[in-house]
Design a protein around this ligand. Structure first.
Ligand SMILES: Nc1ncnc2c1ncn2[C@@H]1O[C@H](COP(=O)(O)OP(=O)(O)O)[C@@H](O)[C@H]1O
Ligand SMILES: CC(=O)N[C@@H](CCC(=O)OP(=O)(O)O)C(=O)O
Length: 257
């Protein structure tokens, strides 16, 4: 029987505020068994870019990443956000190791080809080194993964954090019984974005497509759900989208095959 592994992805709104991050780290410590944390930080990157006079442009929930923006996201995700989390976990007795995709070549990607949109220095994941992550995990290390990858030719690439979580979950599902939890500031996927009590408890791909067509699901929730369906269809045992302060509870939205 494969051992259990929980991969938790935490988004920008939770990591940018000290109080919500502290709560998340406290809850993460309580998750039993093998675990991996994947973080975003899009909001922090946008803030720092603004301070530097760099405008942020998002298309379909993805950042257009020019040369200057790439420097900002590398500093913010690989530096500030990642190291804050690693230090916070170390303070809680968790042996966290911060990783971008370049570190030990853990996630290799290829620059997204230009089709309708030129995303610039954005990477599409090619390979996640599951055996390296598994070795670290079995040594008691908790990988903390930043939304950055590399192309193997000396270039860092910006990669959506929901995709990092989905691809890492897919890859590790060959070795572990993986539960992937996307946590954010709402109780789950909602029927009405303004009504926190309208959580959709289970969702199929067909229902998702209908909700998108009806305008119920939009923006950043679209890539999150696309990555969720990819993961569940590729062997990840469970995918849940839920409130950050409820990662160990049974609520939220469950993705159905
Ligand atoms: N039906 C929906 N239910 C919940 N959130 C939704 C829905 N449709 C759109 N959203 C939006 O998706 C956002 C989550 O996506 P995103 O901001 O990318 O998440 P993250 O915080 O993980 O980076 C929510 O803050 C919400 O504004
Ligand atoms: C290519 C791309 O879009 N990269 C994302 C990576 C950060 C991220 O995904 O952060 P959240 O989880 O907080 O949204 C970005 O730069 O915004």
């Amino acid at each position: 029987m494969r051992e259990k592994l929980t991969i938790i992805k935490v988004g920008g709104k939770i990591v940018e505020e000290e109080a919500t991050l502290r709560q998340l780290l406290d809850d993460f410590v309580g998750v039993e068994g093998h675990k991996v944390l994947v973080h975003g930080g899009g909001r922090s990157a946008t803030k720092i870019a603004t301070l530097l006079g760099i405008e942020s442009k998002m298309v379909n929930g993805r950042r257009i990443t020019d040369e200057e923006t790439l420097k900002v996201v590398t500093m913010v995700y690989g530096g500030l956000v990642n190291k804050n989390i690693v230090a916070g976990l170390q303070a809680r007795g968790v042996n966290a190791l911060g990783l971008t995709g370049a570190d030990m070549n853990v996630i290799r990607s290829v620059k997204r080809p230009i089709k309708d949109v030129d995303y610039g220095f954005v990477g599409d994941v090619e390979k996640v080194d599951a055996s390296l992550l598994s070795d670290l995990i079995h040594k008691g290390v908790v990988p903390v993964m930043a939304p950055l990858t590399h192309d193997g030719q000396g270039n860092m690439l910006n990669t959506n954090a929901d995709t990092i979580a989905g691809e890492t979950a897919k890859s590790l599902s060959t070795l572990f019984d993986v539960t992937l939890v996307y946590c954010f500031e709402k109780k789950g996927v909602l029927r009405d974005e303004n009504d926190d009590d309208s959580v959709i408890p289970q969702i199929t791909r067909g229902e998702f497509e209908q909700y998108v067509a009806d305008g119920v699901i939009q923006g950043g929730m679209i890539p999150k759900l696309e990555n969720s369906f990819e993961a569940i269809n590729a062997g990840v045992s469970e995918v849940i989208i839920t409130l950050a302060s409820a990662i160990s509870e049974n609520g939220g939205t469950r993705i159905k095959k």
